[in-house]
Design a binder for this molecule. Structure first.
Ligand code: 13P
Length: 252
């Protein structure tokens, strides 16, 4: 099974997001091979959840808070996300870590609350260009995962997705090579084996690649055995690119 997660960020206006969602539901999804989540902006999430209902497409959020209800002005409750049909939630995206100062403690609390509500967290990790050049990327990624997963219990059929998104590859048109992503996926898998019970690390955790994925390179990533899917930004708001990505994923 390969995951295709579309992170629309706030690249489109809500009316454009709704228009795109209505076109996307006409696309074929081989549900035996691919799981697809559309993660729109919050203003259109509920409407899009309704549009995607009874289709093979899932809805995801781009963030959540770590408490379900209460006096938390402006926050997004994981319980409310679940109640409107949301399935996945991105947590710890590098754009939030850098623009909003999202800390590893916050990320850890968000993951725990998302799991408590039966959402599937997609934990985003990745090194910046300096960390890459200084050779510290393995350490950085390992540390991000260790901190994010403190006291996280994954039981039963609960899933955890980890997206390796090198910061230097996001929105630059310069993706990591498949070899680089496969190498880092092995580091991540080993980290998970060290942190989680063996069966959980093997059966409940999936590792994606993100950063300048498009219709021209997606097949190389999806063909790599250790890559369980892709997290797509820019190309996911371009209908033609996204349709092609899905077609390729259906045929891997
Ligand atoms: P791009 O596909 O635009 O590089 O964005 C990747 C990303 O940040 C997905 O979360």
């Amino acid at each position: 099974m390969k995951y295709i997660i579309a992170n629309w960020k706030i690249k489109l206006a809500p009316v454009e997001e709704i228009r795109l969602a209505k076109k996307i539901i006409e696309l074929a999804v081989d549900q035996g091979k691919v799981k697809v989540s559309i993660n729109p902006s919050f203003l259109s999430l509920w409407s899009i959840a309704q549009i995607l209902e009874n289709t093979p497409f899932y809805v995801g959020a781009q963030n959540c808070f770590w408490v379900d209800n209460g006096a938390y002005t402006g926050e997004i409750s994981p319980e409310h996300l679940k109640s409107v049909g949301c399935h996945y939630v991105l947590i710890g995206h590098s754009e939030r870590r850098s623009n909003l100062g999202e800390s590893s403690t916050m990320i850890n609390k968000k993951i725990r609350c998302a799991i408590d509500n039966g959402l599937v967290p997609i934990l985003c990790v990745g090194e910046n260009d300096d960390e890459r050049r200084s050779g510290s990327k393995d350490h950085i990624i390992r540390r991000e995962i260790e901190m994010a997963l403190q006291n996280v219990n994954i039981v039963g059929t609960q899933k955890l997705l980890i997206a390796y998104e090198p910061i230097w590859a996001i929105g630059t048109g310069q993706p990591a090579t498949v070899q680089e992503s496969v190498y880092m996926h092995k580091v991540i898998r080993q980290t998970l084996v060290d942190l989680l019970p063996d069966e959980t690390a093997k059966n409940n955790a999936f590792i994606l690649y993100g950063g300048s994925v498009d219709s021209a390179n997606v097949s190389d990533f999806l063909r790599a055995e250790s890559v369980d899917g892709v997290l797509v930004g820019t190309a996911s708001v371009d209908y033609k690119q996204f349709a092609k990505i899905l077609e390729i994923a259906n045929n891997i």
